[in-house]
Unconditional design. Sequence first.
Lengths: 405, 709
Amino acid sequence: MPRTVRDVVFVDGVRTPFGKAGPKGIYHETRADDLVVKAIRELLRRNPGLDPKRIDEVAIAATTQIGDQGLTLGRTAGILAGLPQSVPGYSIDRMCAGALTAVTSTAGSIAFGAYDAVIAGGVEHMGRHPMGEGVDPNPRFVSEKLVDESALFMGMTAENLHDRYPSITKQRADEYAVRSQEKAAKAYANGKIQQDLVPVSVRRTSPEAGETGWGLVTADEPMRPGTTLENLAGLKTPFRVHGRVTAGNAAGLNDGATASIIASEDFAREHELPVKMRLVSYAFAGVEPEVMGYGPIPATEKALAKAGLSISDIGLFEINEAFAVQVLAFLEHYGIADDDARVNQYGGAIAFGHPLASSGVRLMTQLARQFEEQPQVRYGLTTMCVGFGMGATVVWENPHFEGDK
Amino acid sequence: MSTTAELLKGAAELFPDEVVTSAHVRHFDLPFGAGRFALVTLDNGLDHTKPTTFGPASLANLNAAIDQVEKEAAEGTIVGVGITGKPFIFAVGADLKGVELLKRHEDALAIGKGGHEVFKRLAALAVPTFAYYNGAAMGGGVEVGLHCTYRTVSAAIPAFSLPEVFLGLVPGWGGCALLPNLIGAEKAVSVIIENSLNQNRQLKGAQVYELGIADAIFEGADFLEQSLLWTAAVLKGEIVVERPAVDRGEAWDQAVAKGRFVADSKVHGAAPAAYRALDIIAAAKNGDLQQGFDAEDQALADLIMGGELRSGIYAFNLVQKRGKRPAGAPDKNLARPVTKVGVVGAGLMASQLALLFLRRLEVPVVLTDIDQARVDKGVGYVHAEIDKLLGKGRINQDKANRLKALVTGVLDKAEGFADADFVIEAVFEEIGVKQQVFAEVEAVAPAHAIFATNTSSLSVSEMASKLKHPERVVGFHFFNPVAVLPLLEIVRGEQTDDASLATAFAVAKKLKKTAVLVKDAPAFVVNRILTRFMGEIQNVIDEGTPVEVAERAVEPLGLPMSPLVLLELVGPAIGLHVSETLNRAFPERFTVSPNLKAVVEAGKRGFYVYDSGKPELDPEVAALLKQGDVVLTEEQVRARVLDAVAQEIGLMLDEGVVAEAQDIDLCLITGAGWPFHLGGITPYLDREGVSERVNGKRFLAPGVASVPA
């Protein structure tokens, strides 16, 4: 039977505000699955044209799939969100690129014709599920030296990346981090971020963390507007003595969830759903696990090659800021300036936070807003590094593109 | 300290064991730049199985929270105040334990005033107030929200009510005055009076919204978020709440009149609470809230100091607590598993029992009878009832298939009962027949099987006496209609062992019945008391008192129906049979009415005809009656009947038929529908002085179901 690959579009994306993991964090007493549920419901409210019965899949990513992030979250969150029982769901794990993979996996199925519309997103409650919870690495990794021992510690891999790019100094990383905070604060001031946040009610019973009772979270908790180079200079380098990676030039440990609607373009047009981005290509690549932050470089090369594009065709970049050095390595590789205006216009994970498996859709949601504002841009990309030595890149086309007017 | 705080402090000293509810105040910015908001969370610090209540210290906490937000509102640092509850619970009202402790009218008055003084402050704040009914809300919980400017409700709320009248109170923290002014008298009467008097019927979230109590409804999954977004829109003027105007004309009076009609039909004037509530609702027509609040305070204090409320709380606790932990039941770990049930007999009673066991235990149930036609009819009845449940949507097709497959009927007991763990008989009420049936069952059933009898008047011990293992026999006496009345009298025969009894209680619990342990005494509890009660009514009729005088004599008790209507419901023939049984056991106290015998022999099924719409004595029955010439007044009849009941209960307690008077009351409430305001019956007999007069002592210590000394 002959098949036609269908165009796939990003219809809409939302997220919860991100919180700081730990006993004083805003989500300390909030379940991870509830965060996903609130994001899904907000998406449905914002897109009444999407009949919930027509959703063909709910793909939700989480890195640590146990407890409130287990039990096949895509399915359980769908039921909890009030989707019809006929809508199936599943869980996805590619660590930090979980939500991104939820989008690409379902997008591939949409292109193939298996689905018309899906919900794809991710969650990570790093307070309830600290990194490494319950892991049991095979001893052969070490005994046979399959990977370096530092591969499991993301901060150490970031130090290793500094080693690979000696020109990327701590000073450059800190400067990058300060800019990320500044851009994020400006984006907030201009209302760019809030429009895609779903408010979340949060309960607090322990007075150590502040006022008790029910509250409402409407903004990201990790942001540190007004951060200066001086503030950052004095921070400890916990991953290496005299190292370069600090809590200030890396994303923190965070809680949060994202969700998006991905659909075939025909379906979106037929149901008068917004078409915010059109999928061009995607790719994943593996690198040495001990320099996992290098991953976006080969992943992007692959994705661009598949699209027949070059880096110069890309007008907007949303790069996950797991570590400043990982962004800078990417920019250095492609000969892009550290402060290039096309890169992370609203700031990034260093400011907003990085609840691992949820972040991919945050990048997309922000890129979609930038596309709307910048019709002169035709292509953008979202890219991130992934634990155990991987990179993930998605290339998007701006449906608002007005040509080379 | 404010006078309110002093008032509450005094009240708190009377109630040192209060489970105290905190009123947490938390501030945050509302979305859309609507401003800074203060949200009060009511939380007693325990999980949802221990709902949040208001005692005096809890009210003081809320008062202190309001002190804080009042100041902030006056200073202009907040734009609104919300109030909500812990997960699944908003608040379920006053703490009844505290009410029970009150001894003085002025202390009772302080509770009413204390609640009003605190709640009223919400309406008087300089900013709008919002109640978010996130979970179960009852009584004072509902009322605290009624004082707010706006209300939202979760569609997931399972229970919302003003249950005060059900217990013997009035909604006295603003409910009677505010609710009719919010939603009109007709709807307020349905919530405050009708629902309370209909077994304390609860509203669900959608009904709370449809009634107009809440201004908006949101689904449970993100109820608080959506409520706060709605709040922001209201505060910014983007949403304007419009409520239909309340009809203050004739409709108001009609609603109150209808309420009185409902109250009369349920309590026949015997309990004051509904009428006090209706008086306040009637007066609320003029919209003067303070006048209404004052009237609520008075009504609350009067009712708290009255026997009906104390009896109501006592009855409520019997049903909720003693009914769930039966006195005298053996260690539940002795209970044996019941994986298959046998039913001997396939008549109507047996079929009803089969259906009940099937639905609650979901294990194979096998019916037997003497011929295939009866067996088929019994199984057919169960199948038809399952289809009815399916038709009403109470069960789905899969469940119907499962249940139907579990019920079978066989002629051969050996085939049916060889692997049954529990066999119940519902055959003809004749000791020889029952002994024969159990002997046959014992020949084929496993050694561990429990044998239960649904006899209403025969001796369980005698029934067991011919068996090889009499220790396995228990009485399992249900009340008609089996699906409706909760009571199950569990009868311990002389030889019944603990394992069998424990199994019987475990089965009763799974059947969701209120089990009461009863000694193997003639007619057990409910039938013995009802028969003595009815017998005395019949005696005075036989002696010459007109039927209608005898009937009217017990109206002030507020029983669910008159004695002769009850006898109609039971069936005169069955009534006669039980009275003959008891007459044999206790000839000095139980008579067999010749008039009743004549009515039964004439084949009459009742005493009344309803041709005119009202019950009138059937002329054919009237023609059968042979009366003497002693005509008593209503008061004299009532005294004779109550004396007889008090005497009988006294004797039953002396005989050890049940452990305590509390069990008698629990039986009468759950097996005969005797009302809460009587506390079953012994609190009423105590407070009317009947117990003292007849037995020389009270049934219950002062302070139990009465105002403490």
